[in-house]
Design a protein around this ligand. Structure first.
Ligand code: SF4
Length: 306
């Protein structure tokens, strides 16, 4: 990016977020200099478990407003969006890439990545050409359509994850800022009918998701597609729960047993939990410089060290 464009883009983004909660910035088109650039949170994440390493890029903006979305908490809530080119993303992923004998899962998350559909398609195409990563796209499903799926099929996208937050629609609307779980169910059906890769369904194990609700969710999901990967996620930002980690680990076992009656792909595998829990997590801060982008390690956690 030229110095002129750098100044222009930064100024445009800064102006745009005055008076608007940047988290809910959804009309991103006007900020692009060209569609080889994406607007992202200025943090990249790497985590390693015993099965793979995950590189995660978080795209800016979301059309939903989930109560305990991690982007509403430190450090993401104070962050300013930055624009990066697709080449810069790939170069940064090479810098983050640890030399571990494990496959790499590259996750395009957000925010809602489908607010930047054209650029996301270009990113997937580039990653497919230049890396051997398995590529996964995380979306709330609201903006997915047949045309987009047709395009990601042509690019051999490996996986799409669509979160299912609760079968109770009133709770779902309360949690997401008014959005019905019908959108998620329709998106899961559409992906089942048309997407050629794997489909993951993250279910965050909030305290509201008891065994009865979880089983109802599994039954419904099984009717849609028994090949779904069921992901039992840690409720990282649910407030007022002092025993969250212990509860999560207990729940992975309890809910995992329920899930295994309906599905054969469950993450983390309750029978091999240790292999799936993170061993190391690193956060990198991304700064734009006139010559490109600079990434520095800003936080690190290693199991057994902290
Ligand atoms: S859909 Fe995801 S990114 Fe958007 S508000 Fe909800 S949790 Fe956050």
């Amino acid at each position: 990016m030229s110095r002129r464009n750098f100044v222009k883009t930064t100024a445009a983004l800064s102006a745009a977020i005055v008076g608007i909660p940047p988290f809910n910035l959804t009309n991103l088109n006007k900020f692009f200099e060209n569609n080889d650039e994406l607007i992202i949170y200025p943090f990249l994440y790497r985590s390693v478990n015993g099965v793979f390493q995950i590189l995660d890029i978080k795209l800016w903006g979301c059309n939903w407003d989930c109560k305990w979305c991690t982007n509403k908490f430190q450090p993401l809530n104070k962050a300013m969006p930055i624009t990066v080119s697709i080449n810069e993303i790939i170069d940064s992923s090479n810098l983050m890439h640890l030399d571990v004998p494990l496959p790499t899962l590259f996750v395009i998350s957000g925010g809602e990545p489908l607010l930047q559909k054209v650029e996301v398609l270009k990113l997937i195409a580039s990653l497919k050409r230049k890396t051997d990563y398995t590529i996964s796209l995380e979306t709330n499903g609201y903006l997915i359509d047949e045309n987009f799926i047709e395009k990601v099929n042509k690019l051999n996208l490996d996986r799409i994850d669509i979160s299912f937050r609760n079968i109770d629609d009133e709770w779902h609307k309360w949690y997401t800022g008014g959005y019905s779980n019908r959108h998620v169910i329709d998106a899961l059906k559409l992906a089942t009918e048309t997407f050629e890769g794997l489909i993951g369904v993250p279910i965050i194990l909030f305290s509201a998701i008891n065994e009865i609700i979880f089983e109802k969710m599994c039954k419904l999901l099984h009717e849609i597609n028994p090949d779904f990967i069921i992901k039992m996620m840690y409720p990282i930002r649910e407030p007022n729960d002092k025993h969250q980690l212990e509860r999560y680990l207990r729940n992975v076992n309890r809910m995992g047993k329920i899930a295994s009656r309906y599905f054969y792909r469950i993450f983390p595998d309750p029978d091999n939990l240790n292999a799936f829990l993170p061993r190391e997590m690193v956060q990198y801060e991304v700064r734009r410089t006139y010559g490109g982008v600079d990434i520095t390690k800003s936080w690190r956690w290693k199991r057994g060290e902290n």
